[in-house]
Each structure stands twice: as C-alpha cells, then as structure tokens.
Design a protein around this ligand. Structure first.
Ligand code: FAD
Length: 293
C-alpha cells in the first residue's frame, strides 16, 4: 500500500478528506455516499477519526478496513492513547497492518467526557502523542502523521511550548502533521514556517472546514480554539437568518483561504467533511482542483 508521503509528492496541489465513524446504520449510509462521491475526485488520502471509546472505536476500525478493502482510496487510521494499555495499542496497530493499513495518525486524544479535563494516562499506557508515534514506528513500516494546532493546543501555555512539543512528535518519526481548524492563513503559515526553520521537513497540511450554517459555526470556533476574526464575523452577520446566504458566504470564505494557502505552497488541503461531500466538492471545484459539479 502506498504512503501519504508518496501521495503528496509532485508539483500539483492535492487534497485529502476526513470522515467520522458512523454511529448507526443510517449514519453508515451517509458515510458511504460521501466515500463514493469523493472517491471519484481522487483524494490523496482519507482519514477516519478514532472514536472516544467502546463501540465507536470498533466502528472506526470496521470503516477503515472497508475503505482499505472495498475502495481505491488510501485510508489513514486515526489512533489515540485514551484508555488503552500499550498491549491494546499494539493489538490495534497489528490489526491495521493485517488488513494492509499502513498509514496512521497518532494522537494522544482527550480525557473522556470532558476534553478540557485533566489528562490521566492509562496505568499501562502512554502519556503523549510522541510516544505513540515511536510505538507505531517500532511496530512496522508505517507512515505516521500527527496533529498540529495553529493557535496552540488548548492545554498549552504558549505557542513556543506548543511548537516544542509539536517538533518532539515530528522528530519521533512523524512524516507529516494535519492542522486543527483555523480562520485565517497566517497562524497556520507561521506554524509551518517555524517547523521548517527548526530544520524539520515534515509536510504540514492545513485543516479546512467551510462555515456552512450559523449553528455549525460555534462548533468550528470551539474546535479551533480561537475567536472568529472581526472581518469574517462582519461578512457572515447579515446572513444570520438566511441559510442559503450564510452557506454561500461560508464557501466563499473557505475558497479564498484555500487559494491563499495554495499560493503559499501547501502540498495539500485537508477537509473536515462531517461525512458530506458537497461542500468539499464545491470548494475544490472553485479552486480548479476538480471539475465543477
Ligand atoms: C487533525 C486532528 C485529528 C484528530 N483526530 C482525533 C481522533 O481521531 N480522535 C480523538 O479522540 N481526537 C482527535 N483529535 C483531537 C486530539 O486528540 C486532541 O486535540 C488532544 O487533546 C491532543 O492530541 P495530540 O495528539 O495533539 O496530543 P499531544 O501532542 O500529546 O499534546 C497534548 C498536550 O500535551 C502537551 N504535550 C505534548 N507532549 C508533551 C510532553 N512531553 N510533556 C508535557 N506536555 C506535552 C501538548 O503541548 C498539548 O498541550 C484530533 C485533532 C486533530 C488536530
């Protein structure tokens, strides 16, 4: 199986997409509709988030396996250290290897129940993502990615400390990093440039999620960890009660940011799809990266 790094090679800009594990049968249908629609657009890879626990984790593993075996897509399996002993992590990684999944996004994960709660490692588990990067590397020929936070991880005291830990996990053997959501190109580009200035050649991929509704906006702001810039609020404000206008403006804003990022030479755009293909397709079409629908 090819690696993410191989898929990112070449001059032409690429894109990748992220899916969530389905919660039930209905969700599964929605996911597979998006998988099939996006498969035709030839993303560099598709990543599937790792559930917070129990059955959602099984569904992550099942969906990743199905994508590996039933599609032409390159799956990246997310894996977190939450509530796992090292022996269990080894098992999951071994299972991925057995079905030919060779690309893993290694994450620490959040404390179950309260993402901002105190992190407590499993007594026989790992503390931070850099340890998981080392474990995955140790277990075979995997291409490994990590998470990066343009505004700093919510639990980090400052950007310098955050960069130090990002570099630590990249230097532990990660090949690339995927960024959390952000609202303007600059924080991401500054982080990318600081990683490069530190002598690290890992690819840095921006994470993109178009603002499609007033309701979805608060989740985007919460995930990013930063308030919306005034200029973006001003553009969206007139559409608080106009769903179509809000969506169209959100797509405009995402397209403009993606264009700036491409102009700055990012190797790929990573779309958080929420298991829907339409918005990703629209932005890619407007950028000229795929045929317009
Ligand atoms: C692209 C992306 C994908 C994601 N996918 C998932 C998913 O599938 N499932 C899921 O549950 N969550 C997912 N998350 C959320 C992620 O798990 C949380 O944000 C988590 O809190 C941080 O994970 P991390 O891998 O960045 O942790 P780490 O890199 O371990 O960092 C966690 C915190 O500890 C600090 N730190 C790191 N190393 C050290 C050290 N050695 N000593 C002291 N402090 C340290 C960091 O600065 C940071 O504040 C994702 C996030 C992103 C950006």
């Amino acid at each position: 199986m090819t690696s993410v790094v191989e898929r990112l090679q070449g001059q032409s800009p690429k894109f990748s997409v992220e899916f969530l594990p389905p919660r039930d049968a209905e969700d599964e249908k929605i996911l597979w509709k998006a998988v099939r629609e996006l498969e035709g657009l030839d993303p560099a890879f598709v990543s599937i988030t790792y559930g917070a626990g129990g059955s959602r984790r099984d569904r992550t593993i099942r969906a990743t396996g199905r994508i590996a075996q039933e599609t032409t897509l390159l799956p990246v399996a997310h894996l977190t250290a939450v509530d796992h002993s090292v022996a269990e992590l080894r098992n999951v990684i071994g299972w991925y290897a057995a079905i030919g999944v060779r690309n893993v996004l290694a994450l620490r994960g959040d404390p179950p129940g309260d993402p901002m709660g105190e992190w407590v490692a499993h007594p026989e588990g790992l503390n931070y993502a850099d340890e998981l990067v080392s474990l995955v590397r140790e277990l075979g020929d995997f291409c490994v990615g990590v998470a990066a936070f343009p505004y700093g991880h919510p639990r980090s005291n400052d950007l310098d400390t955050d960069l130090k830990f990002l570099l630590r996990k990249l230097n532990a053997g990660a090949d690339y990093a995927v960024a959390q959501l952000f609202h303007e190109p600059e924080p991401f580009l500054r982080m990318r440039d600081r990683v490069a200035a530190a002598g690290c050649s890992a690819a840095m991929l921006p994470g993109i999620m178009p603002m499609l509704s007033a309701r979805g906006l608060s989740k985007i702001v919460e995930l990013s960890g930063a308030d919306l810039p005034v200029e973006i609020s001003r553009r969206l404000e007139p559409y608080a009660d106009d769903a179509a206008g809000f969506r169209a403006t959100g797509i405009d804003i995402a397209t403009e940011m993606c264009q700036k990022l491409l102009d700055e030479g990012v190797p790929a755009l990573h779309f958080y799809t929420m298991n829907r293909a339409k918005a990703t397709r629209e932005v890619l079409g407007r950028l000229g990266l795929v045929a317009r629908a």
